[in-house]
Design a protein around this ligand. Structure first.
Ligand SMILES: Nc1ncnc2c1ncn2[C@@H]1O[C@H](COP(=O)(O)OP(=O)(O)OP(=O)(O)O)[C@@H](O)[C@H]1O
Length: 370
């Protein structure tokens, strides 16, 4: 049986928990898993594999048939459910907001129940609105007057309002489109950097799991824990055929997200500055602004303009942040019209270029060295 057993403090601990529903369905089968303090642990697996059941056992919305769930070292059965839930934020798909309360009052609900004055709770709610990246003018709107992504942000703000040490998030971003979803994921990572909550996050999307989880627990049908590992390890060494097929065919490429690029050396590239005169050339040249930030490429044969303007340029590819994950470097090279990925510093100024060949050669050298 795969077990996720960290040394050190754990906030949530599942000890041989099993759940069989009244109709005989075994949703979770003798599963042990611990969620370390201050980490994001993701439960991922196909539909019906028991993720939600497992998560809801933490706040006693569902009771296990056998085994125990501990929060902060105490069996949750010894805790009063209402009191237990105050210390556990809960975010669900479609946000689950109260439709007849304004955004601000939705966020302030739990602190008011907790005994805060309406004024203090609303002030805190306004602060949280800002923290989850929503403009203050949305405060007086009702949930139906928000987009799906905005509603999800309000859902996250509401869960954070009582400042709970633990957050349960059940497919919170699955109802929004991929672009909004990516924004919400980035926001969660940024918030987590500041807040250091212990988060148990459920998704059926392996990409989301790998992006968000410091630990990823892969479940398979019948609530079996197939593997629990850091994302990099999951991609590098899937425990069995099920995990291999679940993490997908392009896992080699995706794994580059966890490989650093500190020894990748950008090469100098011929550059031309926007707004200046340029001569013709048979090479691709990188166009930059006065601060050295890339603005696009000037194709071979172009030039001889009195003043170089944006309309002469071919749009550039993605940019690779110096020392960022190697996937970014390969992507920059593959997406650039010149085949040369631009490496930028923290200010966004160009440091030079790398080709896909150079990225692969670096990987080869590292492999040989290890
Ligand atoms: N109240 C219930 N009574 C009987 N069976 C249930 C009940 N709730 C869930 N199940 C069953 O238990 C299994 C696990 O369900 P659960 O909702 O935990 O899975 P899940 O992994 O969260 O699925 P999804 O990704 O589709 O939300 C499923 O087979 C489901 O049909």
């Amino acid at each position: 049986m795969a077990v996720c057993d960290e040394k050190g403090a754990r906030v949530i601990e599942f000890q041989a928990v099993r759940k069989q529903y009244g109709n005989g369905t075994v949703a979770v089968e003798e599963l042990s898993l611990s969620v370390p303090v201050g980490t994001v642990t993701v439960l991922v697996g196909p539909s019906g594999c028991g993720k939600t059941t497992l998560m809801r056992m933490v706040n006693r919305m569902i009771e296990p048939s056998s085994g125990s769930v501990l929060v902060d070292g105490t069996d949750v059965r010894q805790r009063d459910p209402a009191q237990l839930r105050r210390g556990i934020g809960y975010v669900i798909q479609q946000a689950g907001l109260f439709p007849h309360r304004t955004v601000l009052d939705n966020i302030a609900t739990v602190p008011i129940l907790d005994g805060q004055t309406r004024r203090a709770a609303r002030a805190r709610a306004a602060e949280l609105l800002d923290r989850v990246g929503l403009p203050a003018e949305l405060a007086k709107r009702y949930p139906a007057q928000l987009s799906g992504g905005q509603q999800q942000r309000v859902g996250v703000a509401r869960a954070l309002a009582a400042d709970p040490p633990v957050l349960l998030m059940d497919e919170p971003f699955s109802a929004v489109d991929p672009v909004v979803r990516e924004g919400l994921q980035d926001e969660l990572l940024r918030l987590q950097d500041e807040l250091d909550k212990t988060v148990l996050f459920v998704t059926h999307d392996i990409d989301e799991a790998i992006k968000l989880g410091e630990k990823v627990a892969v479940l398979r049908q019948g609530g079996h824990l197939a593997q629990c590992a850091e994302p990099d390890e999951l991609l590098a060494e899937p425990a069995d055929d099920f995990v291999t097929s679940f993490v997908g065919r392009d896992r080699g490429y995706r794994r580059l997200s966890f490989v650093d690029s500190h020894d990748l050396k950008p090469r100098p590239v011929p550059t031309v500055e926007l707004g200046t005169a340029v001569d013709p050339s048979d090479q691709w040249r990188l166009a930059v602004d006065t601060e050295g930030k890339p603005r696009g490429w000037l194709a071979p044969g172009h030039g001889a303009e009195a003043v170089l303007s944006e309309k002469s340029l071919v749009a550039g590819g993605s940019l690779h942040q110096q020392d960022g994950p190697l996937r970014g470097a390969l992507d920059a090279a593959l997406s650039a019209p010149s085949g040369q990925g631009v490496v930028v510093d923290s200010e966004g100024a160009s440091l030079g270029v790398v080709t896909a060949e150079e990225v692969l050669a670096l990987l080869e050298r590292r492999r040989a060295a290890s």
